[in-house]
Design a protein around this ligand. Structure first.
Ligand SMILES: C[N+](C)(C)CCCC[C@H](N)C(=O)O
Ligand SMILES: O=C(O)CCC(=O)C(=O)O
Length: 469
């Protein structure tokens, strides 16, 4: 499969469904066997190539997006038969047990209104409980259980609708890209992000736009940042708490080998993700080049969309994708006295949420990779040799010219990277080069994204039924 730059390429995915791809900001491609596809609102420029069945782009979702419930004007159809509740809504249906509904009751006895936590253990939910009655009203359906001291509770219509819609493939806004992203990389202006210059509400809206771009593209530049560590740290705190690691919290570093890692050298660093030796790799990697005065040269930054590369591998070599998703690989950080970090995990983390499969993380760092051991026995078909073949192909895709986006960072431009998706690297350099930045945890930046989405969405504020999805 090849992406023809600058034109509409036709890709015949494994499932023989034809997708069109607009090279540059590659927004679509790949098999649909493993991924949810859904018609997106993206419109395809009139394409020279026939787009086969799908005349329009289909946005491929790589992971479930935070599901934003929609107001539903058509109350779902809810009925009870043989102690099973049948829910039909927008052409989809599901069946719920009486015990499931009792477990999901959010009355004041079952759920804490402030903490949104359950107040019942599973042992307090009788798996054989019976529903004695369903009573519809304008607000929803009141369920009364037989026994359980006559437990009765209202489930609002938005609960029933959201539960059914949560079964369908979630549309994500992930946008895959190749080196053509250079023509228009995602970015936002610093002034818009700071309450002191934009006001609190507008700055919060801008932070939502900023983090949404990181979520969509896997990276985003911030332009016009004062080239100081202080301003950089203040900006990073607009996203969330800086994550402490054995490299400290906020870092300000040069090529002085002050710490036992190649980052503190002037050597070239191939495309990699950081903290592959942590069970929970850093969520965001944030860089700000503060200075690299002449006659210093080099030190260009490399970015590669790991999700695009992984799905390219899945399309071309599904068996290799499977290998990289299953064979655990050791990674370690052993360069600093008295510290030893080691973790053994596959290169690709694929989650199986509710039966669907979605790519969640690319964990790739050849410098920090440890010793491969084959417990199944060494032969030509050994797991290690099969892994090498897949890893070499993946590295070939990562290092292909079409996938490498090189950029020379400048003082004043901060680069925020989703370290679970986008790989970064560096060319070697000469002279005095000063870089600062920090990590932010995955859960922290995703929490900031979801709370801002909720703040600026039209959902009822602090609606107990809006949590825990
Ligand atoms: C702290 N700072 C980002 C400057 C360097 C961190 C070293 C990163 C390490 N090689 C890894 O890939 O996890
Ligand atoms: O110095 C740079 O530009 C990047 C260093 C790096 O890759 C890292 O710290 O992980």
């Amino acid at each position: 499969m090849s992406f023809r730059s600058g034109s509409i390429g036709l890709l015949r995915a494994a499932s023989s469904r034809i997708c069109t791809v607009q090279c540059g900001h590659t927004q679509v491609f790949g098999p649909t066997a493993r991924l949810y596809t859904t018609r997106s609102s993206l419109s395809v420029p009139s394409s020279r190539a026939s787009a086969g069945r799908s005349g329009s782009m289909t946005a491929i979702s790589l992971e479930r997006r935070h599901y934003a419930s929609k107001r539903d004007n058509y109350p779902p159809k809810v009925s009870l038969k043989n102690n099973v509740v049948d829910v039909e809504h927008r052409g989809r249906s599901l069946k719920l047990s009486a015990a499931y509904l009792l477990d999901h009751c959010r009355c004041s006895k079952c759920s804490h209104a402030k903490t949104k936590q359950r107040l019942k253990t599973l042992s307090e939910v009788d798996p054989n409980v019976f529903i004695s009655e369903l009573t519809p009203s304008s607000d929803g359906i009141t369920v009364q259980w037989h026994g359980q001291d006559g437990h009765t509770a209202l489930f609002p219509w938005r609960f029933w609708a959201r539960l059914v819609e949560a079964q369908s493939p979630q549309i994500s806004s992930k946008i895959l890209w190749d080196n053509k992203i250079a023509s228009k990389p995602p970015s936002i202006d610093y002034e818009r992000l700071m309450p002191s210059s934009a006001g609190e509400e507008e700055a919060e809206k801008a932070v939502l736009e900023w983090i949404s771009k990181v979520d969509q593209y896997g990276f985003c530049f911030v332009n016009g940042v004062p080239a100081t560590p202080e301003a950089t740290e203040e900006l990073i705190n607009r996203i969330g708490t800086i994550r402490q690691t054995h490299y400290g919290g906020f870092w300000d570093f040069t090529a002085d080998m002050s710490l036992g890692d190649l980052a503190y050298s002037s050597q070239q660093l191939p495309a990699h993700t950081d903290s592959t030796y942590f069970t929970d790799p850093s969520g965001l990697q944030i860089f700000h080049l503060l200075s690299h005065p002449p006659p210093g040269e080099g030190g260009h930054t490399l970015l590669v969309d790991g999700f695009k590369a992984a799905l390219q591998l899945e399309h071309d070599q599904p068996g290799m994708y499977q290998t990289l998703s299953t064979v655990p690989v050791p990674h370690h950080a052993s360069g600093n006295q008295g510290l030893m970090y080691r973790t053994c995990r596959p290169v690709l983390t694929v989650t199986h949420e509710e039966g669907d499969e979605s790519l969640e993380m690319v964990r790739w760092n050849n410098e920090d990779r440890g010793v491969l051991v084959d417990r199944d026995g060494w032969d030509e078909e050994s797991t290690v040799e099969v892994w090498y073949e897949a890893a070499r192909e993946f590295e070939r895709i990562l290092r292909s010219r079409e996938n490498e986006y090189w950029v020379k960072l400048q003082p004043g431009t901060v680069c925020v990277i989703d370290n679970w998706r986008v790989l970064h690297g560096r060319s070697s350099f000469t002279g005095s080069r000063r870089m600062c930045g920090a990590y932010v945890g995955r859960d922290d930046w995703r929490s900031r994204l979801w709370t801002l989405q909720r703040r600026f969405s039209n959902t009822q504020k602090d609606d107990l039924w809006d949590f825990g999805w």
